[in-house]
Design a protein around this ligand. Structure first.
Ligand SMILES: [Zn+2]
Length: 326
C-alpha cells in the first residue's frame, strides 16, 4: 500500500473518534434538560428515486375508545387496541411527510402541521428536514392529498409566507371545489368547519403556482394520483414508480393501522363519508397487498412505511425492517 495513503488513513482513523466525541458532547443536553429524541427521518431507494419520510411530531388522543371509531362500540375498539399491544388511553397519532427525490426535483407529499402552528408536540418538520438535508427551497412540487389542517397548514408560515418558496402545489380538483365553497359549511361536522378558512388562508399566496389534478393524473415523472375519496371529498393517494419498483403514498386512506386497517370497514370521526372512505380503503390497500408493494402513510407509526397483507376483514401492516444503509 502507498505509504502516504496508509498515513492518511491512520490520520483519519485517529481523528475519527475525536470527531465523534466532539459531536456527541455538542449534542449532549445540559444537566437537568429534557432528553431529545433522535432526528426523525428515514430514507430508502425506490429504483432511481430516493424516498425520505420525515417526522412532523404527534398528538395523543386522550380517550381513543370513544368518539374515534364511529361504527364500533368502545369494547370492540378496546379489544383491537389491546390486541395490538397499544394503549387504550393517550393513543399516539403521528404526522409524517414523505419526500421523493426524482433526480430532477423533490416532491413533498403534503406539507405538515406548520412548524408549531398547531397543537403542542407537532411542527417538527422544519427541524427534521434540516437533519435529513432537505431544504425547503429545493422542493419543486407539493402534492396535496386533501385539505385537513394537519396536511396543508405547513404550506405557509405563521406570517402566511410560502414555506416551500420554489414549489408548485398540486391539489385534487374535487378537494378544491369543496373546501373553497363556503356554502358547503353546513355539510361538515363543526370540528371540520375551520378547514374552509384555513383553505382560503393557506392557498391565498400560492394561487399563481397551483394546479389541479383529477384521478390518474401524472404529477411528475413516475408519480400519478389515485382518487381515494371519502375521508374528504377529493382525498387522493399517489403512486410512485421508478426502475420497476413502486410505492403507494396512502395519506389518510387509513389512520391507525390497528384500528382502520385491521377493521377496514370501521369509520373514523375524521372521515367525512365513512362508507365511501372504507370503500376507497379496501380498493387501495387491496391493490397494494396484491402487488406486495411498499407504502408510505401519513399517520402510521414512524417511519410510516411498510407493507400490507390481506387478513380477516382488513389488512395486517408490516413496518419496514429498519436498514442502516439506504
Ligand atoms: Zn391527517
Amino acid at each position: 500500500m502507498d505509504r502516504r495513503i496508509l498515513l492518511a488513513g491512520l490520520a483519519v482513523a485517529a481523528a475519527g473518534p475525536r470527531l465523534a466525541m466532539a459531536q456527541a458532547s455538542a449534542a449532549a443536553p445540559a444537566p437537568g434538560a429534557p432528553l431529545a429524541q433522535a432526528p426523525g427521518f428515514y430514507r430508502f431507494k425506490l429504483g432511481d428515486y430516493t424516498v425520505t419520510t420525515v417526522h412532523d411530531g404527534f398528538v395523543r388522543r386522550a380517550n381513543p375508545l370513544e368518539g374515534l371509531v364511529m361504527n364500533a362500540p368502545p369494547e370492540a375498539v378496546r379489544a383491537a387496541l389491546e390486541g395490538a399491544l397499544l394503549p387504550t388511553q393517550g393513543l399516539m397519532n403521528p404526522y409524517i411527510v414523505t419526500f421523493v427525490d426524482t433526480g430532477r426535483g423533490i416532491v413533498a407529499f403534503d406539507a405538515g402541521t406548520g412548524g408549531g402552528q398547531m397543537a403542542p408536540g407537532t411542527g417538527l418538520l422544519p427541524r427534521n428536514m434540516a437533519a435529513a438535508g432537505i431544504r425547503p427551497e429545493d422542493v419543486t412540487l407539493v402534492a396535496v392529498s386533501h385539505f385537513h389542517g394537519d396536511h396543508i397548514t405547513g404550506l405557509t408560515t405563521a406570517e402566511n409566507q410560502p414555506f416551500f418558496p420554489n414549489a408548485e402545489v398540486a391539489v385534487p380538483a374535487p378537494e378544491w371545489a369543496f373546501w373553497s365553497d363556503s356554502s358547503n359549511e353546513g355539510r361538515v361536522p363543526a370540528a371540520q368547519r375551520p378547514t374552509f378558512a384555513n383553505t382560503a388562508r393557506r392557498f391565498a399566496p400560492l394561487r399563481d403556482r397551483m394546479r389541479m389534478f383529477g384521478d390518474d393524473a401524472e404529477l411528475a415523472p413516475g408519480i400519478r394520483s389515485i382518487a381515494t375519496p371519502g375521508h374528504s371529498p377529493g382525498h387522493s393517494s399517489f403512486h410512485v414508480s421508478s426502475g420497476g419498483r413502486q410505492l403507494f403514498v396512502t395519506a389518510d386512506a387509513a389512520g391507525t393501522p390497528a384500528l382502520f386497517l385491521r377493521q377496514a370497514g370501521w369509520h373514523s370521526v375524521f372521515d367525512l363519508d365513512g362508507a365511501m372512505a372504507a370503500d376507497s380503503r379496501r380498493k387501495l390497500f387491496g391493490r397494494i397487498a396484491a402487488e406486495r408493494a411498499q407504502l408510505c402513510a401519513y399517520h402510521f407509526n414512524f417511519p410510516g412505511t411498510g407493507f400490507v397483507a390481506a387478513e380477516g376483514d382488513g389488512f395486517r401492516f408490516k413496518p419496514v425492517d429498519w436498514s442502516a444503509v439506504v
